[in-house]
Design a protein around this ligand. Structure first.
Ligand code: CAA
Length: 296
């Protein structure tokens, strides 16, 4: 290392066991990339069927990756254990990453419970996409508050290189940056504000695209083609909303509009009747086979 630079912390000295809560698209992806980097992971979800679905997605993803990278899916999978016991997953963890439903109360309740059983040194990280870390941390003890941070990943986790870090400083921030690099990702650091960097910019952008189509200014297909070919984005906004989930985007905006995020009442985030109709019809994007586009 260069003069004046400190040697990078070896994250594996302090983080040996990771517990991931939520075996959905995000939690499963996080468990996968953490295990790929050599950490032992426990993946928790409420029901065995949620875990089974999550593990199948991980197996499929590892299969795709192993065609172009030096990855041995069997040894990665061996490092992931699963449980439906919330407490059991937290006992031995040095780092907890929660990727459960995007609901403040549910996240607070989970962390409150885990706070009582996790080691004092255990770091609590939230993968929230829109809530404030300090709100989620309200139910944990004072000492743990200082160790409750955001580690925010992007979909698809196996491919997207970024992790946003919020609410950490000093040695804890150094450790988290080293951890993020160790799992093959690039960290960025930001303040604890709604949507951090990426979603604070993406959500209004997606919303503008939707309003453009609702006004009849252009078609869904033409807006997507325009942003792919005219702005160089890998996907247009409607393809992206279908991938992340129509319901996910809707709840983020509703939370900002109605909650106490500092963005309440902002007309840009007013819940849309058209989107509510889509949700009622279960047109949630990829995951239900239909959103702005139809998938077979
Ligand atoms: N696991 C393993 N490999 C995967 C994968 C997965 N889950 N998903 C895609 N891949 C691989 C494919 O196999 C493919 O590999 P090859 O190049 O070797 O064939 C490669 O990734 C590219 O995939 P595709 O060819 O299918 O399609 P693409 O070139 O359009 O790439 C994409 C797909 C990476 C998703 C790209 O379109 C993209 O970057 N889109 C934007 C995604 C984005 O903005 N994500 C952020 C959403 S916001 C969010 O996540 C935050 C939140 O809180 C809501």
């Amino acid at each position: 290392h260069l003069k004046g630079e400190s040697a990078e912390t070896d994250p594996k000295e302090q983080i040996k066991q990771v517990a991931v809560y939520g075996a959905g698209i995000m939690g499963g992806g996080i468990a996968q990339v953490v295990a790929q980097a050599g950490y032992k992971v426990t993946l928790w979800d409420i029901q065995q069927s949620d875990i089974d679905r999550g593990m199948q997605t991980i197996r499929n993803s590892l299969e795709r990756l192993s065609k172009k990278q030096e990855i041995d899916p069997t040894s990665v999978l061996r490092r992931i254990s699963t449980t439906t016991s919330q407490i059991q997953a937290a006992h031995a963890a040095d780092l907890v990453i929660e990727a459960i439903v995007e609901d403040l109360k549910t996240k607070q309740q989970l962390l409150e419970r885990l706070d009582k059983v996790a080691k004092p040194s255990c770091i609590f990280a939230t993968n929230t996409s829109s809530l404030l870390v300090r709100d989620i941390a309200k139910t944990v003890s004072g000492a743990r508050k200082a160790r409750t941070v955001a580690l925010h990943f992007f979909n698809p986790v196996a491919i997207m290189q970024l992790v946003e870090i919020a609410n950490a400083d000093g040695a804890l921030l150094d450790l988290l940056k080293a951890f993020v690099r160790d799992i093959g990702k690039v960290p960025v650091v930001c303040r604890d504000t709604p949507g951090f960097i990426v979603n604070r910019l993406l959500v209004p952008y997606n919303n503008e695209a939707r309003q453009m189509v609702e006004r009849g200014d252009a078609s869904i297909e033409d807006v997507d083609t325009a942003m792919r070919l005219g702005a160089g984005y890998p996907m247009g906004p409607f393809e992206l909303m279908d991938m992340t989930g129509i319901d996910v985007g809707y709840h983020i905006m509703k939370g900002w509009y109605e909650g106490a995020s500092g963005l309440q009442g902002d007309p840009r985030f007013k819940p849309s009747k058209e989107v509510e109709q889509m949700i009622k019809k279960n047109h949630l994007g990829h995951k239900t086979g239909r959103g702005y586009y139809t998938y077979t």
